[in-house]
Design a protein around this ligand. Structure first.
Ligand code: NAD
Ligand code: MG
Ligand code: ZN
Length: 273
């Protein structure tokens, strides 16, 4: 089944419902989709509702609910769990749903004047009639880069990572800077190294909570590793045939590593997740 986002009018009956709260979905043994008309008759505290698209032929609605909401035989499952183990199109649907849910939850009141906002019909925007401002889903551009030196790649650990896992360097783009500048700055800040010959590889929407990852390859240009305090717990050069535990296969971090290793070892190249 293919996921396709679309703007659906919540005034229409029928379809299927996703129940969402803060990066979690309610799920039972059949998964995350519930008949929507049936769901509306259950004792749930619904905060907001959006029509978000089609899963195959089925119309999908996102119901924002309070965390105390529960149904028999259900439990709250994290979006991260679906990223790690979920079927690809299901994860695409949930990734979109979670970002719409985050945007809605964070814009129920106007950030400029504090008045309650309303959802604009036919557009993914929250409107403040008080000061005539509109609030669209937020996307945060971030760079992610694999730095290499011949047969060696530079990987680092954040204290937030799963034990043992090393990954590529990443960081948010700051206002006014180019992504290229961000790559050089973040690499310098996090590991004290200079880079050259930057190449754009590809991008990935990353719904934790609303990043757009712009993936690069860069060559080492100079400097010794100096780790940024608090952000980087360890950083090292690893040979392409002696790698540590790596990030999830669905991440662009993993793709950047797999791609370089494949090129270096003459293996078939992976495609972007
Ligand atoms: N898909 C992937 O393969 C992959 C891999 C690594 C990181 N990421 C994502 O890249 C993003 C950036 O990586 P990082 O955590 O190393 O960032 P980073 O190096 O810029 O440092 C994180 C810090 O940035 C600040 N921050 C949080 N949200 C921000 C925002 N929207 N704009 C500016 N600053 C913000 C916070 O102080 C946070 O502690 C994160 O969303 C992370 O989940 C994705
Ligand atoms: Mg970082
Ligand atoms: Zn306002």
């Amino acid at each position: 089944m293919i996921w396709r986002n679309a703007f659906l009018d919540p005034a229409q009956p029928g379809g299927w419902a996703l129940l969402y709260h803060q990066q979690h979905f309610l799920a039972d043994s059949n998964g995350v989709l519930f008949p929507r008309d049936w769901i509306k008759r259950q004792d749930l505290q619904i905060v907001g509702e959006q029509g978000i698209g089609y899963f195959g032929e089925d119309a999908i609605y996102l119901l924002q609910v309070k965390p105390s909401s529960m149904l028999d035989g259900c439990s709250w499952q994290s979006l991260r769990q679906f990223m790690l183990q979920g079927e690809a199109e299901t994860f695409r649907m949930l990734a979109y749903a979670a970002q719409i849910g985050t945007w809605y939850a964070e814009h129920r009141f106007c950030g400029s004047c504090g008045a309650p906002t309303r959802q604009l019909p036919g557009e993914r925007a929250m409107r403040c009639d008080g000061c005539e401002s509109q609030h669209y889903p937020r996307i945060s551009p971030s760079m992610i880069v694999l730095v290499t030196r011949g047969d060696e790649i530079l990987l680092a650990r954040s204290p937030r990572f799963v034990t043992g896992v090393y990954s590529t360097l990443a960081g948010f783009v700051e206002p006014g800077e180019s992504v290229e500048h961000c790559v050089a700055r973040e690499v310098r800040e996090e590991v004290g190294v200079e880079v050259k010959n930057l190449h754009y590889i590809g991008s990935q929407g990353w719904p934790f909570p609303h990043s757009l990852m712009l993936g690069f390859h860069a060559e080492y240009a100079g400097g010794e590793i100096v780790m940024q305090e608090d952000e980087i717990e360890d950083a090292r050069w690893f040979r392409v045939d002696e790698l540590p535990p790596l990030p999830a296969s669905r991440s662009i971090a993993r793709h950047l590593i797999d791609l370089y290793v494949a090129r270096r070892l003459g293996l078939p190249e992976p495609s972007l997740p």
